[in-house]
Design a protein around this ligand. Structure first.
Ligand code: DP6
Length: 362
């Protein structure tokens, strides 16, 4: 089993020059959902996501050698320029948990400055963009100090592995366009431990895909991933769900290779509604869809029926609708969104996002 623990990665502090590393890393939207896990973010079924573009986290990691022999990790933390205690605790706990992989972290004074491009109200899970940005910063720092990750493939794999330890879905944000995570006979080299790039396995139409995020409610409390995943542990439909996800993976991969937007849309919508059906039928039960989410779903389906345009929707663990469509119909869809969906949005607000090129070091 792949294990990145490496006690040899320690520095001679006297030789370390202070420095900083910055990564911008995007959110991703799962088409086949990761919902149910065991161990340290090991998925119960494979998932496949589109990498987004305009929803991202910027993260700067500054480091300098510690002046004392103190072993605890030393971290200053700023979120949107302000110190943030709860986020600092989360990051610190994560850094402690990966200190066997990056033992040099105990030898440095660290500062993290981070912020998101998207508002909290969008209901976009910031853990994927934030944890992938942090994992990329850590791998870059390792390479800076030890020149161990010259090979891009190895750099990405380790970043994805480390991102997964922070938040499962974060391991998919490392790659451009689309990513696959979870051991499956359908994808060569796939693993529960890290995600794989899928850009070369899919039709070009998906490289120009749009995802408009329609804000139905910014108030509604999302089910936290911790609660959501744990709901699957004793869920009466758990095994059926995992088998269904594996079956859908097969058809989704075929459809994405061919550019078959009809099958893609059927699977995306079925996964979105399955995720919510699992929450509704869990114990405790959660209903996160709002009347306007359902109204939007009806309008999207009616519009598709009438125009034959290949648009479809997805959902995260919240009420906001993700409207997915190929870039070539953006002008028609924009009119539909502005006239029919925007009035159903809270404060008439929606975010425009699209499939992107993955993280960049800045
Ligand atoms: C509904 O990755 O947030 O977005 O591993 O506990 O951090 P943790 O969970 P998280 O779960 C994502 C759930 C989802 C589906 C998905 O992105 O695949």
């Amino acid at each position: 089993m792949l294990d990145y623990k490496n006690p040899g990665l320690v520095v001679e502090t006297a030789k370390v020059e202070p420095g900083e590393i910055t990564w911008r890393s995007p959110a991703n939207l799962a088409i086949i959902k990761y919902w149910g896990k065991h161990g340290v973010q090991l998925p119960r079924n494979p998932s496949l996501s589109l990498t987004l573009s305009s929803s991202f986290t910027d993260m700067l990691l500054a480091y300098k050698p510690k002046e004392t022999g103190e072993r605890d990790i030393a971290l200053d933390f700023f979120f949107h320029q302000e110190p943030n205690g709860p986020f600092r605790e989360k990051v610190l706990k994560f850094l402690e948990s990966v200190a066997d992989i990056f033992p040099f972290l105990r030898q440095l004074d660290l500062t993290v400055k981070t912020g998101n491009s998207f508002p909290h109200s969008a209901g976009i899970a910031s853990s994927a963009s934030a944890m992938s940005a942090l994992a990329l910063c850590l791998c870059s720092l390792e390479h800076e100090l030890f020149e161990t990750l010259e090979d891009d493939g190895e750099f990405d794999r380790k970043s994805s592995f480390v991102a997964r330890l922070g938040s499962g879905s974060a391991c998919r944000s490392i790659f451009p366009v689309a990513a696959f995570w979870g051991a499956s006979g359908q994808v060569h080299d796939s693993s529960d431990l890290y995600a794989l790039p899928m850009a070369d396995e899919i039709h070009p139409v998906f490289k120009e895909f749009h995802d408009d995020i329609l804000i139905v409610s910014s108030e509604a409390k999302q089910v936290s991933s911790r609660v959501g995943h744990s709901l699957m542990e004793h869920h009466p439909f758990a095994d059926t769900r995992y088998a269904d996800a594996r079956r859908k993976i097969h058809f989704l991969l075929q459809a994405m290779k061919k550019g078959d937007l009809e099958t893609f849309g059927q699977i995306a919508e079925s996964e979105a509604l399955t995720l919510h059906a699992l929450m509704m039928s869990g114990n405790p039960s959660y209903v996160l869809l709002k009347p306007n989410t359902l109204e939007m779903i009806e309008r999207v389906r009616r519009y598709r029926e009438e125009t034959k345009h290949p648009i479809c929707f997805s959902l995260d663990a919240g009420p906001n609708l993700h409207l997915l469509y190929p870039g070539e119909i953006i002008h028609e869809v924009r009119v539909f969104v502005d006239e029919e969906l925007m009035p159903l949005c809270e404060k008439e607000s929606y975010l425009e996002d699209w499939v992107g090129e993955g993280p960049v070091q800045i």
